[in-house]
Write a protein that binds this ligand. Structure first.
Ligand code: SPD
Length: 284
């Protein structure tokens, strides 16, 4: 009998995957954690039944959330990843030669442990000596730091469950405070088609905290709505001012999605997405 996994969306649509095998299924203190092997997308991590990452398309999300902000910083040494327990963002951050330390602040230790065991191509760099894993509330961790990080990456779940606490003004005020003066950040910011209200909400919050906010986009086939956004935010410099082209040129020899042409293109947003990035936010 064929076994299909269905992710349902509150707006009454769903995405389906034919399953080969369930590899891991446990309820943690925070959420249901599943890792399944699927016919087309390979192994995937689901939290509370929502797809977080898959072996086949994870490179798009992880390269986008990390390289765009990392290359906008002249010399990123101290990096914080909030969420991101699957390790994909950390793996990409470690490709930058200036990085001395990456803190991974993930609330759910079960996510880290299960990904290390069942998703080694994604989580395989979590044992790197530059990685400092802090299992706990990322919001509380950020609150304890001032003028400390060069780059902060918010690799959260959707704004429900444990991820909800990462979508409010107080949290981003603390992100601002935890960044050094030339610090930059990027946050996963949902889909302009499937999560239009959330996009407007996050853009308003960030614009109230940071002088520079630049959303950018790519397509993630396994996420609801497929077209996805991240928001770059900085204290002093736009995302395309002073890109570290030497590092970018080295990086693009190995990346699967990132290259310098893509880098310039991702800030071009379609009109329906631009309309969400106003005070009122006008969903299509
Ligand atoms: N709807 C899925 C949103 C997931 C965003 N975070 C993914 C984590 C991958 N490291």
């Amino acid at each position: 009998m064929d076994l299909w996994l269905t992710e349902t969306h509150p707006k009454n649509f769903s995405i389906g995957f034919k399953v080969k095998e369930t590899l891991y299924s446990e309820a943690s203190e925070f959420q249901q954690v599943d890792i399944v092997d699927t016919e087309f997308y390979g192994r995937m991590l689901l939290l509370d039944g929502k797809v977080m990452t898959t072996e086949k398309d994870e490179f798009i999300y992880h390269e986008m959330i990390s390289h765009i902000p990392m290359l906008a910083h002249p010399n990123p040494k101290q990096v914080l990843v909030v969420g991101g327990g699957d390790g994909g963002t950390v793996r990409e951050v470690l490709k930058h030669p200036s990085v001395e330390r990456v803190v991974l602040a993930e609330i759910d230790g079960l996510v880290i442990d299960s990904c290390r065991k069942y998703l080694p191509s994604i989580a395989g760099q979590l044992g790197d000596p530059r990685v400092d894993i802090q299992v706990g509330d990322g919001a509380a961790f950020i609150q304890q730091h001032t003028d400390h990080f060069d780059v902060i990456l918010i690799d959260s779940t959707d704004p429900v469950g444990p991820g909800e606490r990462l979508f409010n003004t107080a949290f981003y005020q603390n992100v601002y405070k935890a960044l050094k003066d030339n610090g930059v950040m990027a946050a996963q910011s949902e889909s302009p088609i499937a999560f239009s209200e959330e996009v407007t909400h996050l853009y308003r919050i960030l614009s109230g905290v940071f002088p520079i906010v630049s959303p950018y986009t790519a397509t993630i086939p396994t996420y609801p709505g497929a077209q996805w956004l991240w928001m770059f935010a900085a204290k002093t410099k736009g995302p395309l001012e002073g890109i570290n082209t030497e590092v970018a040129a080295e990086l693009e020899k190995t990346t699967l999605y990132y290259n310098q042409q893509v880098h310039r293109a991702v800030f071009a947003l379609p009109n329906y997405a631009r309309k969400l990035l106003t005070k009122e936010g006008v969903p299509c």
